[in-house]
Design a protein. Structure first.
Length: 317
């Protein structure tokens, strides 16, 4: 049975990485974290796909983890992503994350090499054995071209006591059902795709790590709050209300569309990327503007957005 880790649940946001003139904007990253905490997100995830980690250096990835831990100051748990090209660099990044005070580690499946399943078992058992922190695997076959089987995950769990779950960016509900049956209800399955995340929660998943939390953190957190309160119908209704916004995360390669929407909301000054990622096209911008309008999210300058948000918050009292 899987070790119980209570803080790994509900809405974790896979934070985007803001750039300014080609450099990582540390100050703005800290502000994005404060926004997430204020809006009710339950946890922070650093260096996931939304953060464009393949465009970051080792030091930049380590620094983002350190900023998240410092800014959060234990107000929210920080899960440190450790994406790297090599085993050695992954180990080094895990060590930096643990020294920084991260609450858990998530290691992505190795990209490009397409190892055999027995290699994946050896790889993740080795990594998990190098930390005392709760250890999760980032399962993202659409990006890494590596698919973990149920047997492989179960074999890792049998040999790594601190392996507690997945960031599961996949739509295989049968896999989740089997793992919860074989590894127990405490196995942490975070849905990582908008299209299947809440279905995973409904069959026993612990929460979500979805990129739309960067755009609408309060609403995504509220879905989980309603689930936790036993209001399944209310959670379902809010999920349906956000359907178009969540679907919009599939309009282009993430986080292209997410950064544009954050810019329109006044959260980012620019939707800047590093190559080979590029900003949204004019056609996509127009389409996303319509999504935001129909979702009732305020757009404009940061000051105008704060004012509009304040009026909406006041109307709920």
């Amino acid at each position: 049975m899987t070790r119980k880790v209570r803080f790994l649940q509900e809405a974790f946001v896979p934070l985007v990485t803001p750039f300014r003139n080609g450099a990582v904007d540390d100050s703005l990253y800290a502000k994005l974290i404060e926004r997430q905490i204020a809006e009710g997100s339950h946890g922070l995830l650093v260096n996931a796909t939304s953060g464009e980690p393949t465009t970051l250096s080792f030091e930049e990835k380590a620094r983002l983890i350190e900023i998240a831990v410092k800014v959060s100051a234990s107000r929210r748990p920080v899960v440190a992503g450790t994406p790297a090209e090599s085993h050695a660099e992954t180990v080094a990044l895990m060590a930096r994350a643990e020294r920084a005070g991260a609450d858990a580690i998530v290691a992505v499946t190795p990209a490009y090499v397409k190892p055999p399943q027995r290699g994946l078992v050896a790889y993740f058992v080795d990594l998990a054995g190098r930390t005392k922190l709760p250890f999760l695997i980032y399962h993202i076959p659409g990006r890494a071209a590596v698919n973990l089987t149920a047997e492989t995950i179960e074999a890792i769990a049998a040999r790594a006591p601190n392996f507690v779950g997945l960031k599961n960016t996949d739509d295989n509900l049968a896999l989740v059902t089997r793992l919860l049956a074989t590894l127990g209800p405490d196995f942490r399955n975070f849905g990582g795709m908008e299209s299947s995340a809440f279905a995973m929660s409904a069959i026993g998943g612990c929460g979500t790590m979805i990129t739309s939390s960067n755009v609408a953190p309060r609403q995504i957190a509220q879905i989980h709050d309603r689930f936790a309160a036993g209001d399944v119908a209310g959670a379902g209704a809010l999920t349906r209300e956000l359907h178009e916004l969540m679907d919009a995360t599939s309009y282009d390669t993430s986080p292209i569309q997410v950064k544009y929407m954050m810019k329109r909301l006044g959260v980012l000054p620019a939707n800047e990327h590093r190559l080979p990622m590029v900003p949204a096209t004019p056609e996509l911008e127009k389409r996303l503007d319509g999504v935001l309008e129909r979702a009732g999210l305020p757009t404009g300058s940061p000051r105008a957005v704060r004012a509009a948000s304040g009026r909406r918050a006041g109307s709920r009292r």
